[in-house]
Design a protein around this ligand. Sequence first.
Ligand code: BHK
Ligand code: ZN
Length: 309
Amino acid sequence: KVSPRAHSYTKYNTWDTIQSWIASISTSNSDLISKQVIGNTFEGRPMTVLKLGKRSSSTKPAIFMDCGIHAREWISPAFCQWFVKEALSTYGSDSQMTSLLNQMDVFVLPVFNVDGYDFTHKSNRMWRKTRSRKSGTNCFGADPNRNFNAGWCTAGASSNPCSDTYCGSTPESEIEVKNVADFIRRNKSIIKAYITIHSYSQLLLFPYSYTYELAADHSELLKVAEGASAALRSLYGTAYTSGPGAATIYPAAGGSDDWAYDLGVKYSYTFELRDTGRYGFLLPESQIKPTCEETMLAVKYIAAYVQKN
Ligand SMILES: O=C(CO)C[C@@H](Cc1ccccc1)C(=O)O
Ligand SMILES: [Zn+2]
């Protein structure tokens, strides 16, 4: 096993490297971190959630954050690795992180779409979907962010298995989506916030994407998003746009944030990290550090707000 110290947080690591890191980091501090496999992917890779937070015998409220739902968005898993490293290394010195991990747990799924992520390293760098196979088509996978049971396949999605926004044969047809949905359902009484990390476009989105209707908590969600975007911008001036998904990017049904919100997770956000199109999904590794540093400020802003409310 590679010790966490040898792990690079400023490179786009392969799945094998990330898997080794998960194994070593999750045993590096039993008082602050543990791991749990929430199921396997279509091709049999483990989906491992890291639980961060001061060990407690009583149940604590929690935040759930996933990265890598879309395979080609490599900066996303890089951020989840960065977040875990920062949480463990600043607990005890950073007062906000210390308070957060004392009072709450943070569940981090470093790579949601593991099969797809591995495929982008080995075969097709621009792959987006899962890698599931089904009879009747030679095309692989469904878009996991169209496969949640939230207005499923009614907007911004395709019922063509060869489309990059294929919604799947049924809601939660993708085992990766079912594993995450099951985990959140099992823990819905404690999960207060859902954060899902994508790239690119520099957006902070919140429900709804499946309709132009405003969410019941629209004004509060917008207020928090604008505060988080301002925190992010304070570091390097990176400008984000905040707003409901449908109007801010495009209408799209079956998204994880809409599903979590309708389940009752009020603070539900989709981040679209750097950049705005110059490099797009191929963001250079030289931008991993600044991107992760600024995004930490936004995620900590949201976490602090959730902690107080
Ligand atoms: O992947 C994207 C690029 O990261 C944008 C997201 C926009 C979106 C976000 C939340 C819900 C539905 C769609 C997507 O199309 O799934
Ligand atoms: Zn995406």
